[in-house]
Design a protein around this ligand. Structure first.
Ligand code: ADP
Length: 490
């Protein structure tokens, strides 16, 4: 690995640390505070307000007032869309600060953060365009009646997001929710509370009325759980760990809330011998090491056809050793730190397990430096399907190489997982590509590319990787209730 780890000096001011309720910055009534770190150094960079049960209730009441009374409730759909477009413009105007703060708090490289910020603007614009195109249908009902459907907001939506894409996950959730006329109470991840607060400020500036968007930082087991339990939250949209989703689904049963989940993955990335090897090596590298592997779609199970296995692993290892790991705010850096001490320890624990269970460590497998939470890009070869490193989501820069012989074998092994978020195949053979795409049990399949995710394309998981879809038109279904109206004629 080239370069040494430097520490990132804060280059952006932390403007907001309080709760954002009813378009006002407020202190918690019964909450607490939580410290937030710079993962590049492990140092505390600020303390933010954490919402208690009463604060959650205040935010929900504000969101319900906004939902049921004007101006949001009576606003033309086109004007709702306009507000999303205004917000997208403001995001672009403040792109530098947003990206810098995102890198500072989450550790992603400044290049990746800038890409995310553009993704936020794209997503908000995409859903701004949808706001006045969410239509019902007329139905040829029996008898002398007119029946039609209306698509109406689900109501007050609780949105709980993770730390790996703080801004982008916010946009994926705000975009469809607001386009459909819902109001939002959002809890960012406790590790990355800062950029959502800036987005709250921008939402108010964009013209969103009081109570439409509320931001509550806090811990999952307290603030998050209080949101899930609150009887006046109609839906929970969650992105995070599958074990948390199970807790949420059980808790949501008491109030029969709607739930949508975007969870983890252990995505198969399949390289056939007839692939363009240069692109496949680069693609496999990007698939696992993008954002230090802290990506639910990470291509962490790398199936390589036996014929090209040795050359492929060698080329991948060369690239891994060259990767510049370091200060995320340095534009030359290719991989920043993992988000937290907890994640660092978890990744190193899996490295230990990999070695203990007999996989061959080709490169990496260690912490980089003694400050901050850096991990070297890691490759395990000769991995067996039932080893922990091939089964569990590690959420770090650790790839398991699994050699294979033929199409049927690899499809069966690719599907031998509890997850089903994404999959990819690299081949010049159109038959093999489409056969794999049809047979693999995953919500997204990439052919000769990886991590291509866009606001326009539905995203979500089969099996334990989730329920429902985000992005594209598909998300609108999960943010609207369908109402049938029947009128007696004549
Ligand atoms: P990760 O492993 O990525 O940290 P989590 O599922 O723990 O994933 O966290 C994702 C989000 O879920 C965070 O905002 C976290 O605070 C929240 N969360 C964690 N536990 C709960 C819970 N019991 N109820 C509601 N939200 C929770």
């Amino acid at each position: 690995m080239a370069g040494k780890v430097a520490t990132a000096a804060p280059k952006v001011k932390i403007r907001h640390t309080r709760l954002f309720i009813d378009n006002e910055w407020v202190d918690p009534v019964d909450g607490d505070s939580l410290e937030t770190l710079n993962p590049a150094t492990g140092e505390v960079i600020g303390s933010v307000a954490a919402a208690g049960v009463k604060d959650v209730d205040r935010a929900v009441k504000a969101a319900r007032r906004a939902l049921e009374q004007g101006p949001w409730n009576t606003m033309d759909a086109a004007d709702r869309g306009r507000l999303l477009l205004n917000l997208a413009d403001l995001v672009e105007k403040h792109a530098h600060d947003l990206a810098t703060l995102e890198s500072l708090n989450c550790g992603k490289t400044i290049g990746d953060s800038k890409g995310d910020v553009q993704g936020v603007a794209n997503t908000l614009r995409y859903y701004g365009g949808w706001a006045d195109k969410i239509e019902g249908r007329t139905i040829p009902v029996r008898g002398n009646f007119l029946s039609y459907t209306l698509r109406q907001p689900v109501g007050v939506v609780g949105q709980i997001i993770p730390w790996n894409f703080p801004l982008l996950m916010l946009a994926w959730k705000w975009g469809p929710a607001l386009a459909c006329g819902n109001t939002v109470v959002m809890k960012p991840a406790e590790q990355t509370p800062l950029t959502a607060l800036v987005m709250a400020e921008l939402a108010a500036e964009a013209g969103f009325p009081r109570g439409v968007v509320n931001i509550l930082n806090g811990m999952g087991e307290t603030t998050g759980a209080a949101m899930v339990a609150h009887p006046e939250i109609d839906k929970i949209a969650f992105t995070g760990h599958v074990d948390t989703a199970k807790i949420i689904q059980k808790a949501a049963a008491d109030t029969l809330k709607r739930t949508t989940f975007e969870l983890g993955g252990k995505s198969p990335n399949v390289i056939f011998a007839d692939a363009d090897l240069d692109s496949a090596v680069a693609g496999a590298f990007h698939a696992i090491y993008f954002h230090g592997g802290q990506c639910c779609t990470a291509g962490s199970r790398l199936f390589v056809e036996a014929k090209i296995h040795d050359e492929f692993v060698e080329r991948l290892a060369e690239k891994a050793k060259e990767r510049k790991v370091g200060d995320p705010l340095d534009p030359a850096t290719e991989q920043g730190p993992q988000v937290s001490r907890e994640q660092l320890d978890k990744i190193l624990h899996y490295v230990e397990l990999g070695e203990k269970q007999g996989a061959r460590l080709i490169t990496g497998g260690e912490r980089v430096g003694s400050k901050g939470f850096y991990v070297a890009p890691t490759i395990f070869d000769k991995v067996k399907d039932d080893m922990a490193i091939a089964r569990d989501e590690i959420f770090g820069p650790v790839v398991s190489v699994l050699p294979f012989q033929g199409v049927d074998e690899v499809v069966e092994r690719a599907n031998r997982t509890q997850y089903g978020l994404a999959a990819a195949v690299w081949t010049r053979d159109i038959d093999k590509a489409h056969l794999f795409a049809r047979q693999v049990r995953a919500g997204t399949v990439w052919v000769n590319c990886y991590h291509v995710v866009d606001a326009t394309t539905p995203f979500g998981g089969f099996k334990l990787s989730g329920q429902g879809r985000e992005n594209g038109e598909a998300a609108l279904e999960h943010y609207t209730e369908l109402k049938t109206v029947t009128v007696k004629l004549g």
